[in-house]
Every structure is written in C-alpha cells, then in structure tokens.
Ligand binder design. Structure first.
Ligand SMILES: [Zn+2]
Length: 431
C-alpha cells in the first residue's frame, strides 16, 4: 500500500490570473511582471485577482479618487501611466549607467594588472578622468563620479578577472589533446622566490591556448621536489593528465651559481634604499660611464646577462663604494675571478642574442631550427677563438686583457663550452 501525499490546496485560482483591462480605470492599477501595480501608491498587489485589487483600492484610495468619473478619470489614469513609465525608463537608464561604470572599473583594473601597476593607481586614474570631464563635459560629472576605482575595488576586480581566466582554462581542459609547460623561477621585490608555470595547449583543431597557469611563492627551499609538487598540484587543478604532457621547458637557473658574489653585491647595493641612492650619487660624482646597476630581478638569463655586463663595466666603482661602506669584496681584486666575471658577462651576452631569436609568438619551428644550427656553428668558432686568447667577439675579456697580466682561465672556459654543447640537443650537432 502506498501513501499518497494529500493534494496541496491551491491558494490562487488559475482562471483569475489574467489582468483585465477594465481594472486599470476602475482601480488605477497596471500590470507589471505578472503582478498588478497600484499607480497611486506604487504598491504591488501580488495576486492578480479582482477581489484583492479592489480591496486595496477601496481601503487606501477610494475616498480620494471615487469622485473622479468619466473623462476626468481616464485623464488621471493616463497621467499616472505616463509618470510611471518615465520613472521606469529612468531606473533602466540608471541601471545601464551603473553597468557602464562597472565595466569601466573592470577594464581599467585589467589594464593596471596587465601593466603590473599598483592597485592604488586606480585612484589617480579616476582623478585624471574627473579632470577631463570637468573640462570637456561637466554635465556628465555624475556619471564619472559613479566609477569606482579605489584600491580595494581594483584589487577585487583583478581577483575576479584572475578566477575567471582560471575557470575558462578549467572548462577548456577536456578539449585539449596535448599540452606543454614552461617553468620560470623568479624572485619578487621582497626576494621571495616565485614559481611561474606557463601552459600551452593544443586541441584537435590545432587551436593553441597559452596562459600563465599559476604563480606560487616557494618558501624555504626551492628543490626539484618542491617544484615538482607545485607542477603536480597545478595539473590536478586544471584536470590535466601526465600522459598528455609533451614538453617541459625550464630556464637555465644553475648557470648562475658561479656568479653568486655578483648577485649578493648587486642586492646589497640595490635592495637597500640608502645604499642605492648613495651608489647612484657616487656614480654621478665620479662621472661613471653608466648611471646605475640594473636590479638582479631573477635567475633569468636575459636579466642576469645585463647585470653581469654592467657589473663588469662598473667593477672599479663598485669596489671603491664597497670599501667605503666597510663591506669589501676581495674578489674584485682577484684577477682570476675577474677573468671569470668577464667571460661570464660575454658568454651571457652571446647567449642572450641566441635566446632572443628563439622567442616570440610568431617564431616558427623551422626558424628556431635554423637559429639553433647557426648557434652551434658560432659556438664552435667562438670556442676556438677564445681558446687561442682571441677576444674579438668577447669585449669584456678584451678589456680585461689590456688591464691585467694574469692569463685567461682556459680550463674554466673549456668546461663552460662543453657544458653548453651538452644543453643543445645532440640531433643538432654537426648538422
Ligand atoms: Zn495603492
């Protein structure tokens, strides 16, 4: 035996639910979104039933309006209807204006995020907008005042954009056939290591998507295991399978390990405001060739190449400055170390030129292949030159050769060259 629920009693009879035209004139109401709206007091009467509408009219308005009859009554109705429709269009317009103001604030936040500007810049941008409006269309001031660009709003908008992109990526995950990853380890202004994970995916129609998939602070250690864990988490988040992973690219972080004294010296000068100001003042005082040292932003090749070059060029000034600061760096008068520094600066410059040829969205694989092939040939040529102490392509080494008597460290350079050859795939070798 089954128990059936007792049928719920219908509160409203369906047949009474149609708004009848004569109610308008009888009770000063109009239909709005399936309800009836009293034109006199703007109350809505939830139930579309003559009984309810009549009761509302009789209790609230009939004393005042029942003497209106005939033409007077229809005129009153028309006036009320017109004013309500004006009101409604005003509200719709206001809603659209708010929508436009929100859109402006969202797009400005997007621009700020793309340019890497601080969220607080939103306030400055708003002031600029207001200045422009004051001069050009002061009557529209209210519209522009509505745009919210406070630091909090901008931060929230950027967060919204970020999670929107993440969701888009997750939604697309099922379409993708293959993907590749690029890992970049970088340090932010507080010297915290950040692991950046870029993902490039291709679907069956050869549509390619590239996106920064995650950025995570690596606190404490940055071992291979830590990085692997980050990658694994990211794959889970985006619902990606290991067997679809075709390629992993990392930067050449380890190559910088021999130049640690450079990094720590640059950081000593650049990361402390007072030191940095004093250093710049000192450079302008001695009329140094360059006004400043670039900040060591990362273990990135391009950045480190520039830092090494400038460090080499300013080595004499840096030595004097550090001595004055009572923080001498004895390596700066060690000719063997200076040779290594000069060689590192030159080889990094050489690699940067090559590196740049491999970058860019429109670089085709065949162009990359050609670049790698010619790089190998150049590398062989340069190696034979360097090994016979000919520095035509190595300006820092050339400079140092004229300054010091100690010999070029051939063994050191030879090791670097053989390491470099290993990093370029064997298939390219000799071809
Ligand atoms: Zn009313």
């Amino acid at each position: 035996m089954s128990l059936s629920k007792p049928q719920k009693k219908r509160k409203v009879d369906l047949e009474c639910r149609a708004f009848k035209a004569e109610w308008s004139e009888n009770y000063f109401v109009t239909e709005l979104d399936g309800k009836s709206l009293c034109l006199l007091c703007s109350d809505t009467i939830a139930v579309l039933k003559e009984y309810n509408i009549r009761r509302h009219y009789q209790t609230k308005h009939s004393a005042q309006y029942s003497q209106l009859t005939g033409k007077e009554r229809s005129q009153k109705l028309e006036t009320l209807k017109r004013s309500i429709s004006l009101q409604r269009s005003f509200f719709t317009k206001m809603k659209n204006e708010n929508k436009a103001a929100s859109k402006v604030s969202l797009r400005v936040a997007h621009l700020l995020a793309k340019e890497g500007k601080p969220f607080t810049d939103g306030e400055l941008i708003k002031s600029c907008l207001i200045v422009a409006v004051e001069e050009m269309c002061p009557e529209k001031m209210d519209l522009f005042n509505n745009i919210s660009l406070s630091a909090r709003t901008v931060a929230r908008r950027v967060e919204d954009i970020g999670s929107n992109i993440t969701n888009q990526l997750i939604n697309k995950a099922n379409d993708f056939e293959w993907f590749s990853l690029a890992l970049d380890e970088s340090t932010d202004i507080t010297d915290t290591a950040q692991l950046l994970l870029f993902i490039r995916r291709v679907n069956a129609d050869f549509e390619v998507t590239e996106e920064l998939a995650s950025m995570n602070s690596l606190r404490g250690t940055t071992t291979g295991e830590d990085i692997f864990k980050e990658v694994e988490e990211m794959l889970t988040k985006y619902n990606l399978k290991w067997n679809q992973l075709k390629c992993v690219t990392t930067d050449g972080g380890k190559n910088m390990s021999g130049t640690e004294p450079v990094v720590s010296t640059v950081n000593f000068i650049r990361s402390r405001g007072l030191n940095h100001r004093q250093f710049r003042d000192f450079l302008s005082e001695v009329e140094a060739e360059y006004p400043d040292l670039p900040y060591h932003t990362a273990v990135r090749w391009l950045s480190s190449g520039k830092v090494l070059l400038r460090f080499f060029e300013l080595r004499a000034e840096i030595e004097i400055f550090l001595n004055e600061k009572k923080r001498p760096q004895p390596l700066l008068s060690n000719t063997e170390w200076l040779w290594k520094l000069a060689f590192a600066a030159d080889i990094m410059g050489f690699l940067n030129v090559f590196n740049l040829k491999l970058q860019g969205k429109t670089v085709l694989i065949c162009e990359t292949y050609t670049a790698v092939k010619s790089f190998r040939r150049q590398l062989a040529l340069i190696e034979s030159q360097i090994m016979s102490s000919c520095f035509v392509h190595f300006p820092c080494c050339q400079t140092l050769k004229e300054e010091v008597d100690s010999p070029f460290p051939h063994e050191f350079a030879g090791d670097i060259f053989s390491e470099l050859k290993k990093t370029v795939p064997a298939t390219f070798f000799g071809s």
